[in-house]
Design a protein around this ligand. Sequence first.
Ligand code: PHE
Length: 328
Amino acid sequence: MDLSRLVDEALREIDTAVDENALIQVRARVLGKQGALSLQLRELGTLAPEARAARGKDLNDAKMRIEAAATARLEALRATASATRLASERIDVSLPACGPSLGHMHPVRRVESELIEIFAGLGFEWVDGREVETEHYNFDALNIPADHPAREMQDTFFVRPGVVLRTHTSPVQVRTMEKRKPPLQVITTGRVYRHDKDTSHSPMFHQLEGFLVDDRATFVELKGVLYAVLRSLFGQNVEMRFRKNFFPFTEPSGEIDIRREGSWGGRWMEILGCGMVHPNVLRNVGYDPDLCQGFAFGMGLDRIAMLKYGIDEIRVLFENDQRVLERF
Ligand code: PHE
């Protein structure tokens, strides 16, 4: 093929190569081992010596022009590719951001820590308890007889014979009184377990237990403390009612119910049991009921949270659906 046509065609193909691959093919076709130009270079040897120098120079010039064009084209192709990629990877800073969501305390935790603070203001010290208890501390020491219905399998989770998941926080009363001497003013909080489930009961729930033992504690003081605490938590105008109740470990015993519009359907909900510590319980821990007396109470923290935050079903508190919990 005529050299100048060969060069023109090669240059045109190089200029219109759409990508690196196309460019490589053009180069191979012209400059590769079997390439058109390479064949012509190889034929140089067959030429007469006089013609060889001029022809060799033409071929070399042609080769260099084609090489230069290919290199230029390659750079241009790479520049375009990189520009295209940068454009496609550009971040649109005008899109609305989805920021990190901020967590907050669970409603039960919030109620718990608020109450701990309120009780601290009244002089109550917080102590810890254990969730796995012996039947002795959970029942016997609290004057709950062996035939009491609360001890039956359907109410209590047994870990093994004689060992249970505590059904209330009251065993902390016993353990604390055993270790210390009156005067005592203590609260504890934590999980308790019962074989129970409906809209206001869950098999695991939370209680706050409190008790005060000295030589002159009275029922009136018990009422005074509880009313003060609940008014401080729910506001001065909270609707409360105090009713008699029965617990084996207090005598006399009572309960407090609370009613709030919009929560729990505006119905009364029992939130705590209370009473004067039973003389048998005092005896069981080695106290002399003639020398000391005390009052005790146990509140359901989940129910208090339900009333405080207007939650109708207890399971809402334990399903841990963030979208729901975020509302409180
Ligand atoms: N332990 C009782 C319950 O779980 C509550 C309570 C505590 C009652 C202390 C009286 C005194 O229902």
